[in-house]
Design a protein around this ligand. Structure first.
Ligand code: ZN
Ligand code: FE
Length: 255
């Protein structure tokens, strides 16, 4: 499965997918129709599927126009059916959805929003995590609790190491500045930040990342790590409480 990054707005990524075997073309979280349209035109592709991770405007804003133009099928969370217009396929945790020769498993990942889902394409080992898991960070808690978000992140953390992670925003460098304050002795994090700095200097995306990389470097996946716990003075505390404290600190972080 081919994945193309389409930058939108200030720091969003929209993803265009193509399953080579079937020729099906999908898009994940088209907050804006225009850049997607331009990418499809350039390649001479027609759209069949629109995958939506959550109801925020910067993720669904272009969906209606693209659906109208291509008669593409809108795939989203059943829990968000009341606030995502035009949903054709409504999915719940553990469901599978077919995209050409690919199958995606759906994870309900509440926290950023209550209905947020992530799509894991099994054979391609590719995750679309929306605003739940970012590289070196996680989404703000707008509609969910820290406990819900910690559960959600643990279910994504359990995916295969080599799973490529495509998230909703280019936040990696600013996330990393915070990460260094709560995991300062993590050599893998320092090394990743050097790579990130180089990429950003050349205006290149820092994505995809991988689950293995995030498990080693993302403090929000490391609330049960002794090094992180020690660095914030919470040795031996329940991971969910450590996670909540990390999220609170990040909310107030000015890097
Ligand atoms: Zn969002
Ligand atoms: Fe967003």
């Amino acid at each position: 499965m081919e994945v193309i990054l389409v930058p939108a707005f200030a720091d969003n990524y929209i993803y265009v997918l193509r399953d080579a075997a079937s020729g099906k073309v999908g898009v994940v979280d088209p907050g804006d129709a225009a850049p997607v349209q331009a990418e499809l035109d350039r390649r001479g592709w027609s759209l069949t599927h629109i995958f939506l991770t959550h109801h925020h405007d910067d993720h669904i804003g272009g969906a209606a126009a693209l659906k109208e133009r291509y008669r593409a099928s809108v795939v989203g969370a059943r829990a968000d059916a009341h606030r995502i217009p035009g949903m054709d396929v409504a999915l719940s945790d553990g469901d599978r959805t077919v995209f050409g020769e690919q199958t995606a498993r759906v994870f309900a990942v509440p926290g950023h929003t209550s209905g947020h889902i992530a799509f894991w394409f099994e054979a391609a080992e590719t995750l679309f995590s929306g605003d739940t898991l970012f590289s070196l960070g996680c989404g703000r808690l707008f509609e969910g609790t820290a406990a819900q978000m910690w559960d959600s992140l643990q279910s994504l953390r359990a995916l295969t190491d080599q799973t490529r992670v495509y998230c909703g925003h280019e936040y990696t460098q600013s996330n990393g500045r915070f990460a260094l304050t709560v995991d300062p002795a993590n050599a893998a994090l320092h090394q990743r930040m050097e790579e990130v700095a180089e990429l950003r200097e050349r205006n290149r995306p820092t994505l995809p990342t991988t689950i293995g990389m995030e498990r080693r470097t993302n403090p929000f996946l490391r609330a049960d790590d002794p090094g992180v716990q020690a660095a914030i003075g919470m040795d031996g505390a329940p991971p969910v409480e450590v996670f909540a404290e990390l999220r609170r600190r990040k909310d107030h972080f000015r890097g």
